[in-house]
Design a protein around this ligand. Structure first.
Ligand code: ZN
Length: 175
């Protein structure tokens, strides 16, 4: 039996969050402990999503849990996404976002309103999902993490400046 453990969540100054994560080549039960820890850590925070690099593991792996949402439309069972890629983005929505790696900060971010993602599940099987609403936002946020991107990178120049002044650190400028 494995013991779940809450791991320390890396915060935005940690360089591990800025490195593009590596592909998970071998999907088997050697990932179980890591995934259980990620779920435990996400729930304890509490948060609705966590990428592996947020606990210092630079792999293309994230968990999203919208299972306790009260609104039917936004509820979704716990998801584990391995080696995810965005297939398409549609529409625009501007909504408030936060991140477990940037405590005590939330700001409105522009995202696609609809996203189609391909990923592998715990058995290594490939699947595709089309998402809207909170799940679309969570998928984009977590896949950004896996690419070394934080939501603050997506703020308008004005809001980036406010963030920099408040946190006295640089935001990565998007190309
Ligand atoms: Zn985040």
């Amino acid at each position: 039996m494995t013991n779940m453990a809450i791991r320390a969540i890396r915060t935005y100054l940690d360089p591990v969050l800025r490195v593009k994560t590596g592909r998970v080549e071998k999907i088997d039960n050697s990932l179980d402990q890591l995934i259980q820890d990620m779920i435990e850590t996400m729930h304890a925070a509490p948060g609705v999503g966590l990428a592996a690099n947020q606990i210092g593991v630079s792999l293309q792996l994230a968990v999203i849990d919208l299972s306790s949402r009260e609104d039917d439309e936004q509820r979704h069972p716990l998801m584990v996404i391995i080696n995810p890629e965005i297939l398409s983005l549609e529409g625009t929505v501007v909504e408030e976002e936060g991140c477990l790696s940037i405590p005590d900060y939330a700001e409105k971010v522009k995202r696609a309103s609809k996203v189609r993602v391909r990923a592998q599940d715990l058995t290594g099987k490939s699947f595709e999902i089309t998402a809207e609403g909170l799940l679309a936002k969570a998928l984009q946020h977590e896949i950004d993490h896996l690419n070394g991107v934080l939501f603050i990178d997506r703020l308008s120049p004005l809001k980036k400046n406010i963030f920099k002044r408040r946190f006295k650190k640089l935001v990565v400028e998007q190309a």
